[in-house]
Ligand binder design. Structure first.
Ligand SMILES: NC(=O)c1ccc[n+]([C@@H]2O[C@H](COP(=O)([O-])OP(=O)(O)OC[C@H]3O[C@@H](n4cnc5c(N)ncnc54)[C@H](O)[C@@H]3O)[C@@H](O)[C@H]2O)c1
Length: 422
């Protein structure tokens, strides 16, 4: 049995804790031995939960990067715009790198990351967690065995959820393109990547439409206050921060994400202060958000295969919904878990519950968090990159498709990938 991989968490926020928790559940796989995090509460929590030594505890990744290599790997879980500088520094030091998606908010930065990762020559994985779920792996095997004959077209929906949109993309970290990145790369790069993986061919051109329809001043109800705590309309507003976060605080199972982003202490007084003073207490119609709340993308892949993708805020959220239409059958799935398959020859439906058959699942995203973390650690332990299915080249390809789709939305034109890549 190989030794557990030693990992330093760079950015102990939501994602940093997600991977650290998996390491704790699977001690033969990995051990968290260090942390770099500026927020005291989060850094101290990580130190306490993993018994991290004082000399392995840093406030900033820049301090860690001044040291010689202190562990096998870093998990880079800082915000999107910080990824490039982190990768440059830790690749130079020779760490294996697990990098949160998106790689970076611009194609040029993504290319620089890929070049640095290749020069480093160590394991490098981008957290396109959806590739690693049991559901996706089962679907991929079925398609490779010809379950639908040849894929001809695909329809894919990402129901972000009204509350998730309000939390992350109106009030939260990914609300504003200049401060983080645009919606398609921040959120839906998962979906663009997943489509390219499942279809298994390069995209040749894209078109796209969409915008910020609802979360703006034009939709602000008369009499709405700037802060939900002061708003007399809060009982009638599905986006009221007061109603949403206090409802979660009152329930034990509500005391996790996304409430921990607003107040990680889960205390009424602290939550009140956060909603009174912080970004999460703002009226959704009076924020500095500019990312889209709905977008459609049409893709043409090599050989004429087509796919349509919709991301929209306006639903309860939950699993992605996909239809795959092939020459001898089709597949439908409404929850990223149960695959329903129809065969044209037998004219029969059958269904496979991939979640129910999964005893090894760890972490969120339908087991994808556990899937990628264990694949990354196994690749290091066995010195074999084959476990990583979201490496530098695959990620660059699907990220470039995502950037091209955003260009198509902004220009109102069809964008050819070959020209865009040049
Ligand atoms: N794979 C997925 O499905 C998925 C899901 C959500 C978010 N993400 C991505 O993961 C990344 C992190 O997201 P999150 O939700 O954990 O955000 P977060 O804000 O909770 O965590 C980021 C952490 O980085 C820390 N940080 C800031 N400056 C730092 C510095 N100089 N040195 C070290 N740490 C520093 C922040 O204090 C914070 O704790 C983002 O790129 C995001 O887009 C991926």
């Amino acid at each position: 049995m190989k030794k557990p991989v030693t990992v330093i968490i760079v950015g102990a926020g939501g994602r940093g804790f997600a991977y650290a928790d998996i390491a704790r559940k699977f001690p033969k796989l990995a051990k968290v031995v260090g942390v770099a995090e500026p927020r005291d509460f989060h850094r101290e929590k990580m130190v306490a939960e993993h018994g991290i030594a004082p000399e392995m505890t840093f406030h900033l990744w820049q301090e860690l990067a001044k040291q010689p290599k202190l562990a096998d790997a870093v998990a880079i879980c800082t915000q999107d715009a910080m990824h490039e500088a982190c990768v440059m520094a830790f690749a130079k030091l020779g760490y294996h790198i697990l990098l949160e998606k998106p790689m970076a908010p611009t194609p040029a930065a993504c290319r620089r990351i890929v070049a640095a990762a290749k020069k480093n020559g160590k394991m490098f994985a981008v957290c396109h967690v959806m590739r690693y779920t049991k559901y996706t792996q089962c679907l991929k095997r079925m398609l490779e065995k010809g379950a639908v004959g040849e894929i001809v077209s695909v329809e894919h929906l990402e129901p972000v959820g009204f509350w998730h949109q309000a939390h992350s993309f109106v009030r939260g970290n990914w609300r504003n393109e200049k401060e983080s990145s645009f919606m398609l790369i921040a959120k839906s790069c998962h979906d663009v990547d997943w489509l390219s993986y499942v279809i298994g061919r390069p995209c040749v051109r894209v078109s796209s439409f969409g915008g910020l329809y609802y979360f703006n001043k034009a939709h602000r109800p008369k009499g709405a206050a700037d802060r939900c705590l002061d708003c007399k309309l809060s009982k009638k507003c599905p986006y009221s921060a007061k109603e949403f976060y206090f409802k979660r605080l009152a329930r034990k199972e509500g005391q996790g994400w996304p409430l921990d982003v607003v107040d990680p202490t889960f205390k009424k007084a602290n939550l009140t202060k956060a909603l009174r003073e912080g970004p999460y207490g703002r009226c959704v119609f009076a924020c500095d958000n500019d990312v889209v709340d709905h977008q459609v993308v049409n893709f043409e892949y090599e050989g004429g295969i087509t796919a349509s993708f919709t991301m929209t805020a306006f639903n309860p959220g939950g699993g992605r919904k996909t239809r795959i239409f092939g020459t001898t059958g089709c597949i439908e799935t409404d929850d990223s878990s149960v695959i329903r398959h129809y065969d044209f020859l037998t004219e029969k439906w059958d269904s496979i519950d991939t979640e129910a058959s999964d005893a090894s699942m760890a972490g969120g995203h339908g087991g994808g968090d556990g899937g990628i973390f264990s694949a990354f650690c196994k690749a290091i332990q066995k010195n074999d990159p084959k476990y990583i299915i979201s490496g530098a080249d695959a990620t660059l390809e699907s990220h470039l498709t995502t950037f091209a789709a955003e260009k198509a939305r902004k220009s109102g034109k069809v964008v050819e990938l070959a020209k865009f890549k040049d």
